[in-house]
Design a protein around this ligand. Structure first.
Ligand code: R5P
Length: 293
């Protein structure tokens, strides 16, 4: 206990210095609560305002996807390069060491497989388990225009409500059914609906034409999904264009873990996303790192 007699007259009130009220760096997120912002600030780098999420959740509906057959062997070595891991609780508990320092975005919708109608999802993880797993966000698939559109939207709004109680953000993942046109009008529609209904950030696909209008009309951050494997330079170009046109990063899976050198690829993607490196220079980096292995 400090001796009361020795306590100095408090003089450090700095009455001449107004307390700073800082805005939050992330688009549309300034009115969120502290815990929610803190989790988002772990997912998105506060310096660049962007993220490289490594998506490895594909198995929740399609089993052992190429490149994800052995997550312990093929994916754990990539973790140091990722800003965030997006995965299921099954893989998190069975394979990822709990000493990991990376923020986790947990897949919480599910219940369907590639053998059936994919949009027929439910919420498949109790909020208590997300809290127990110390996740930084919860990801829900939203099938705008899909057979179970309404159900998937309500899955998302329920997670927004429940997550808001505990300060955990919801990531809406816009899914594109086989029958839907992947055009800019569709993605403007899908992302805006998710944002209007409360999603804290939204994952969507890149489109060549007018992608900047998808980002501009969505009031919260967008992260670009990678999609099917394409040549490395093309994937880097797509990521570059997406962030230059307003995306706050990427949530890439196959274009990283199916690359000839996944560790070189994720480092090249990071250069594009965080340092705005050109696709050509990032591809040089990719080749240099790949040749060093
Ligand atoms: C699919 O629904 C999963 O959410 C994946 O995380 C997503 O498709 C991103 O992975 P990829 O870059 O392989 O498309």
């Amino acid at each position: 206990m400090p001796d009361v007699d020795e306590m100095k007259e408090a003089k450090q009130y700095y009455t001449d210095i107004p307390q700073k009220t800082e805005g939050f760096f992330l688009k549309g997120s300034n009115s969120l609560d502290w815990g929610m912002k803190n989790r988002l600030a772990r997912i998105f780098n506060p310096v660049s305002g962007r993220t490289v999420m490594l998506a490895i959740d594909h198995g929740y509906f399609q089993g052992p996807t190429t490149g994800l057959e052995r997550i312990d062997v093929n994916i754990l070595p990539l973790v140091p390069y990722a800003d965030t891991l997006m995965l299921t609780r099954g893989i998190l508990r069975s394979i990822v060491p709990p000493s990991i320092q990376k923020p986790i975005v947990l897949r919480v919708s599910g219940g369907t497989s590639i053998l059936k109608e994919l949009s027929n999802e439910e919420i498949a993880v109790d909020i208590e388990d997300s809290i127990r797993l110390n996740v930084c966000a919860m990801a829900v698939q939203v099938f705008i225009g899909g057979e179970y559109e309404r159900q998937s939207i309500i899955n998302m709004t329920k997670m927004v409500d429940i997550g808001t109680r505990y300060g955990i953000p919801t990531l809406a993942v816009t899914a594109v059914g086989k029958e839907m046109a992947r055009d800019v009008r569709y993605f403007r529609l899908a992302t805006r609906i998710c944002a209007e209904l409360g999603a804290h950030y939204i994952k969507t696909y890149y489109v060549e034409k007018d992608f900047e209008t998808v980002c501009a009309s969505c009031p919260v951050p967008i992260v670009m999904a990678g999609g099917k494997k394409i040549p490395e330079l093309d994937a880097l170009t797509m990521a570059y264009n997406a962030v230059q046109q307003g995306a706050s990063g990427v949530d890439m899976g196959r274009n990283i873990f199916q690359a000839e050198s996944p560790s070189a690829m994720i480092q090249a993607v990071k250069a594009v996303v965080h340092n705005s490196e050109t696709p050509e220079k990032a591809f040089d980096l990719y080749n240099t790192l790949r040749n060093q292995q």
